[in-house]
Structure formats: C-alpha cells, structure tokens
Ligand binder design. Structure first.
Ligand code: PLP
Length: 299
C-alpha cells in the first residue's frame, strides 16, 4: 500500500497566513509531508497583530481529530495554539484513545508577539498535567519556559529544565528556543535523563518573523515523520481497547538532527523572505523557498 508521510497540525487559524494552521500546512508541504489540520481557534489577525481570538467548541475539536484518526493515523502530530483548558482536555482525550501514538511535538503557544493572550492560565495548567505528558517534546520560548517552570528567577536553563521535567510527567524532551537570546540564537535540547545539545543558529535581519515558533515545531514534526519508518497503524475504532501507549522509538541523536534541520529550514525561510513586504507589519517567512516532492512510501 502506498502512503504519504503524513503530518497533522492541531492549532489555531491565522487568516494572514504567517502563523498557526496556515503556516504549519506550508511547512509540512515544503518538507515533503502530506498536511492535515484540525482547527482549535479562529484568530482575527494580520501582520500588524491579533485583534481577537475565538475558540472552537471542545467537542468539535475532538471530532475533527477523531475523524482524521478513524481514516489513517498520521506519522507525526504538531500541537500549537490550544486556546483553553477544555480544548486541551478534548485533545488529550482523543490522543489517549490511540493504541500507538505517533511522534507528537507541542508548542505551548501562550501569547502572540503582538501581546494578545492565546491561552489562559487554566489552559497552561491543563497542558502541564494532561496533554504534554502524552507528547514527545515541548518547545517553549524563554518566556513560556519560565512560565512552565513557575519561576521568575534566572536560575541556569539546565537547572530549570530539570524543574520542568519535574513539573510535567513523562515528557522525554524539551527544546528551549533561543529566539530571545543575547548572543547567537541558540536552542537547547534537553532530555529527561540528563542529555543536552546546543543548536546554534545565525540571526537573520528582517521584520518578517511572524510565526517563527509555529514553523520550527512543525518542521521538527515533519523531520521526525520522515526519519521514522512509515507505520501502518490501526485507524481509530470505537471497538478498540484504549491503552494509550507510546509507540515511536528513536534516539536522542536522531531528535537532535531533526531539531537542527528544522532550525536550518527556519533560518533559510527567514533569509529567503527577509526583504519582502507582504504586509505593513511583521510579515511571514518564505516557507516555500525550496519545496520537496511529497514523500510516498510502500508499507
Ligand atoms: N496566531 C496563531 C494562530 C498562532 O498559533 C501563533 C503562534 O503560534 C500566533 C498567532 C503568534 O505568532 P507570532 O507571535 O509569531 O506573531
């Protein structure tokens, strides 16, 4: 049977196309993966900022994901803006039904760079207690990282990483993004068992940085989907016994490579769109600077 390498984004809609679902679909497609999408929220925004955000009913979010899963289980999932605790729990409920979970990256989107709140405090708690424990990796920026560690202190990132692993059960990996670093933009990948790897990037001078975090997390999902052998997972069925076990296995070094390649993709997309003025504010990157053919595997 021939299948596409398939990535699902569970995230909010950005009508201006730079962030959220619209950006994720472009990133998956640029990296050769079939893109599917379940929408958690409708934002009202353009390159100048977010004017409003309306959350989708939790049952409807769950139904979108379930219906995709009843057909074919994707090879990787990216979770972005979740909106509120009820939506977080609805997503958790569906993921728990999977007998074998694929690779899942969660970008704990809390606030837009234009300062609009995209997730409330209860939602953050629900991510920590319910959803993130089912995921493989969480990718906070430095502000989100401090919030997840419940700290204002400037302890070393390594010490805080252990605090985050204590605060979030089971999640094996954490990527602290360095987009707010003072030196070179350096992301640090930590594992629960004490490994770490610094991924150093280059600054790109541009205003077109809207949706950079969305792009990085979806690029990690796409890279991992391509790296892992394609699986013929059983689609979701109502008759199934729900065990919710983890299925994917990969090494720390493989994840390092996926994160490095994702950062390189984002840097190139930023530099290839650096001079473009596709709006009056912080525009999008050039996601499709060199699209790959959709990957097809025989399983
Ligand atoms: N809108 C949506 C739907 C998002 O998911 C995000 C971030 O993930 C944003 C807006 C914020 O993007 P930025 O802060 O890069 O402008």
């Amino acid at each position: 049977m021939l299948v596409y390498t398939h990535c699902l984004s569970i995230a909010g809609s950005d009508p201006s196309g730079g962030a959220g679902i619209q950006a994720d679909i472009k990133v998956f497609s640029a990296l050769g993966c079939y893109a599917s999408a379940a929408i958690t929220a409708l934002t009202v925004q353009n390159t100048l900022g977010v004017k409003a955000a309306y959350n989708v009913k939790p049952d409807l979010v769950a139904a979108q994901i379930e219906t995709v899963f009843e057909d074919r289980i994707p090879d990787a999932i990216k979770i972005g803006m979740t909106g509120d605790a009820a939506i977080v729990r609805a997503i958790t409920g569906v993921l728990r039904q999977l007998d074998e979970r694929p690779f899942i990256v969660i970008d704990p989107v809390m606030i837009s760079s234009s300062n609009h709140q995209l997730l409330d405090d209860n939602g953050i708690e629900a991510i920590m207690t319910d959803l993130a424990p089912l995921c493989d990796i969480i990718t906070p920026n430095i502000h989100e990282f401090y919030r997840l560690c419940s700290t204002q202190t400037k302890d070393s990132t390594a010490v805080l990483a252990q605090k985050l692993f204590a605060n979030i059960a089971d999640i094996p990996y954490l990527l602290v993004k360095g987009g707010h670093s003072e030196g070179l933009p350096t992301d640090i990948l930590y594992s629960r068992d004490g490994n770490y790897n610094e991924i150093v990037g280059q600054w790109v001078v541009t205003n077109n940085t809207h949706g950079t975090g969305c792009a990085l997390s979806s690029a990690i999902a796409a890279n991992m989907a391509k790296l892992l052998p394609p699986q013929n997972r059983q689609p979701l069925s109502k008759q199934q016994t729900f065990v919710g076990k983890k299925s994917v296995s990969y090494t720390f070094n493989e994840l390092v490579t996926a994160c490095k390649n994702a950062k390189q993709y984002v840097s190139k997309a930023l530099s290839c769109g650096a001079e473009v003025q596709n709006g009056q504010g912080n525009g999008a990157m050039n996601h499709l600077f060199q699209p790959e053919e959709l990957r097809i595997s025989n399983i």
